[in-house]
Each structure stands twice: as structure tokens, then as C-alpha cells.
Design a protein. Structure first.
Length: 257
């Protein structure tokens, strides 16, 4: 699979060759330069949305296995009502990973303590989860991760190593920011799209229809529909013979420093 590094290399080789030809022929092929830059930008932006391709970096998105196992992950919490309802459903028996937003942790410290006490994992998902996050500088991104990690450490005494990019987007700025951390970048292979519709049947149908062994399932503990969906989903996967395992067990990685 093509990577960002290879794309950059190809871009600069093309640029060099075009410059040489321009000098030799004493012409400036402006249109060719424009096309080259547009293709480079298109490829770079297109792959930002496809973590599973490993274009920018390697992310854990799915386990290659025939065993009927899956990992459950929740993004964008904690929420004072939704997250406890989800924890009630998991009942300390079904392990999950919660990718928390730092600013939402404020005032919900007890929920984080509960997640940890009940055997769930806590990961970083930025501090603000701003709509403009992917346009932030690398330094600003780094500060967001540090602030969130610090909150998690203050509450649980554990420094997270699991990280999920906001919106599941990876770009060169984020790639640069992540160089300062030892995070395991966690993607997903089966997302509920539960933030785009309130129709529980539709969300469940999407989840179950696509379900495969080794899936990393993404739900949001920020939307109320996640609760009834999870309730039915847990029953359905049990009937299908699936077992929910922790992310760290699935990928054999350390969740904390
Ligand atoms: Zn998110």
C-alpha cells in the first residue's frame, strides 16, 4: 500500500524531472506543475480519512483472526448520563475502551474512576475535539494530548498509551504531533455511525451486517441512542457466538505507560 513518505518522494522526483526538462527546453509547463500539486494534495487529503490504509502511520484497526472476538470502543465521552448507563450495561463483564475528551473529563472525574475500577480502558481523544482540530498546528495538538493525559493521570494514576484521532482523521500535522508520544494509534473497522442518525434499528443493522471476527467496533458515549443500541447489540453478538475482548488483549499492546 502506498504511504505518505512514498507519495512525497514521488512528488519531489516528478518536480525535479520537470525542472530539468523545463531548463533543457527553456519552457515552463505551468499546467503540469498545477496538475502535479493538485494530485499530491488530493492523495494526501483522501488518505487522511482512511486510517486503515496505513498511509500516514500504522493504526490498530482490526485483528486478522478467524476467532469470533471483537473489541468495543466508545468515543467522545464522558457524559454524565450516557456513560454511566453504558457502564451499567457492560456490568463489569464486557470490557470496553473509552476514548475520552479532556474538557469533558472536567466534572466527570467519578465516571473515569468508575471506568477504571470496573476494568475498562481509558484512552486519549484530544482535549477539545474542536471542529477545526485537523487544522491545528502540531504544537497545539500536542498540548491537547498532554492536557488530556494529565487529567487521566490525576484521576486514575495511569498514563494512557491508547490514542484515537478525533474524527478518525490522520494528517501530516497530527503525524508530526504524535512523534512526541509513544501512543498506540487505535482506529476501527466497524463504526456504528450513531452520531449521524437516531434510528436505533438502522444503527444496529449497520453494525451487525458488517460484523467480522477481529473487529474494532466504534460507538459514541455522547449520544443517547448508543445506550439502547448497545443493549441489543450485546445480546445479538452473544447469539452469534462472539466474545468481547479488551483492545490490549486483542492486539497484545500496553494500554498504559
Ligand atoms: Zn470523536
Amino acid at each position: 500500500m502506498i504511504t505518505f513518505r512514498a507519495t512525497k518522494l514521488i512528488f519531489f522526483i516528478c518536480l525535479f524531472v520537470m525542472n530539468m526538462i523545463s531548463l533543457a527546453l527553456q519552457i515552463l509547463p505551468v499546467l503540469l506543475y498545477v496538475i502535479l500539486i493538485v494530485v499530491y494534495l488530493f492523495v494526501s487529503v483522501f488518505f487522511s480519512f482512511y486510517m486503515r490504509t496505513g498511509f500516514y502511520l500504522t493504526a490498530y484497526c482490526k485483528k486478522g483472526t478467524d476467532d469470533k472476538i471483537l473489541a468495543l470502543t466508545f468515543d467522545d465521552g464522558p457524559d454524565p448520563e450516557i456513560t454511566p448507563a453504558i457502564l451499567d450495561l457492560l456490568k463489569e463483564k464486557v470490557p470496553a475502551t473509552f476514548f475520552c475528551i479532556g474538557r469533558k473529563i472536567e466534572g466527570n472525574e467519578e465516571i473515569l474512576k468508575r471506568m477504571d475500577a470496573e476494568g475498562h480502558l481509558i484512552g486519549t481523544h484530544s482535549y477539545t475535539h474542536s471542529d477545526w482540530f485537523d487544522l491545528f498546528s502540531s504544537t497545539r495538538m500536542k498540548n491537547e494530548f498532554l492536557r488530556t493525559d494529565q487529567k487521566i493521570v490525576e484521576i486514575t494514576g495511569k498514563e494512557p498509551l491508547l490514542f484515537r484521532p478525533p474524527y478518525g482523521v490522520i494528517n501530516p500535522l497530527l503525524k508530526k504531533a504524535l512523534k512526541s508520544f509513544n501512543y498506540h494509534v487505535i482506529g476501527f473497522s466497524n463504526r456504528a455511525w450513531d452520531t449521524t442518525t437516531k434510528n436505533e434499528g438502522k444503527i444496529l443493522d449497520r453494525l451487525v451486517r458488517k460484523l467480522k471476527p477481529g473487529d474494532v467496533v466504534l460507538l459514541h458515549d455522547s449520544v443517547p441512542q448508543a445506550v439502547p443500541v448497545l443493549k441489543v447489540f450485546l445480546k445479538m453478538i452473544e447469539e452469534k457466538g462472539f466474545t468481547v475482548v479488551s483492545l490490549n488483549k486483542m492486539f497484545e499492546i500496553r494500554p498504559y505507560v
